[in-house]
Design a protein around this ligand. Sequence first.
Ligand code: ACO
Length: 341
Amino acid sequence: MPVGAKLIGVGAGIPSAVVTNADLEKFIETSDEWIASRTGIRERRIASEEETTSALAILAAKDAIAFAQIEPSTIDLIIVATSTPDNLYPSTACMVQAAIGAPRAAAFDLEAACTGIIYALAVGQQFVGSGTFKTVLVIGVDIHSRFLNWEDRNTCILFGDGAGAFILQAADGENEILATYLRADGTGAHLLHIPNTGTAYPHAGTTPPKAMDRFLQMNGRAIYEFAVHAVPEAVRATAAKAGIRVEDIDFLVPHQANRRIINAAAERLNMRKEQIVSNVDELGNTSAASIPLALWQAIRRKQVQPPAICCLVGFGGGLTWGAAIVKWTAKDKRGDYNAED
Ligand code: ACO
């Protein structure tokens, strides 16, 4: 018998160091005007050496737990979506499990690049919906700054570091995760990748790759084209699965890759500016973290007020894309403690 699921918390973990476009101008040939007009990004957060992927994930987990006011010991499952874990293993999810005090939670990582948070949400919903688990912590976290060539102006300007978390819980009443939709197309794997970081390299006995060969590589134009088609397709398909019209969606919470992609996709969906949730100007592209971080800030700023039907839509390396339509009814149980005016 399927059980309903709802989102009861959202949280953030962001590094303290702010790197503005003007800071980038000091060491690469770029300008605030170029970056802002092409991407909408003005600044991003960059992790220090101490701020590891697990450290940011733990911050986001604790923030979401405080939002929902639950006991960490009641969490049954922790899923961390990341492409940039601390290590190949143990999983980042196990490190979160130990740090937050959730001894009975199962824990694993999941990798679907920037779409990872949507995949993790869908997996979490399946465990709740089947009645297997009651409370699931889902985290999207990435530290891309460690895998960027800081001399390559085509890529290094785009990314920021961060973590965002959701808490899902079984619900007696209606299912508030109205639908999820997951897609992948591995034929586009070469369009966005971080090579030489897994078992495809090194070949035993050969010279280790130079640091330069282990940086993120991207075909920007191709990713742009992919994204502006994938976002409307995922939104329409998920709305159809949820049995609602696109016009019934109150807010679009897209992956924060860049403002031009977000605006082009929103235009294709006939959505108004006020319906678009975006903080790419402040945080840049935080990969798997960007969707919960955008929603987290929109709630703090009271742009999104419950109840609201939100379409979370992701796209990224793989290629992967997907969406989740959720009815957001949760309020921060700390009251206005964390709200921004
Ligand atoms: N500062 C100044 N000039 C730059 C910079 C920069 N940071 N980067 C590139 N340029 C130059 C290029 O060298 C080029 O110069 P040239 O004509 O003399 O060769 C010129 O600007 C134009 O470059 P284009 O690549 O044509 O710029 P475009 O308008 O396509 O914008 C961008 C590039 C922003 C990357 C765009 O392709 C895009 O938005 N792509 C989507 C990619 C994306 O968002 N990826 C994020 C990761 S993917 C994900 O999250 C799923």
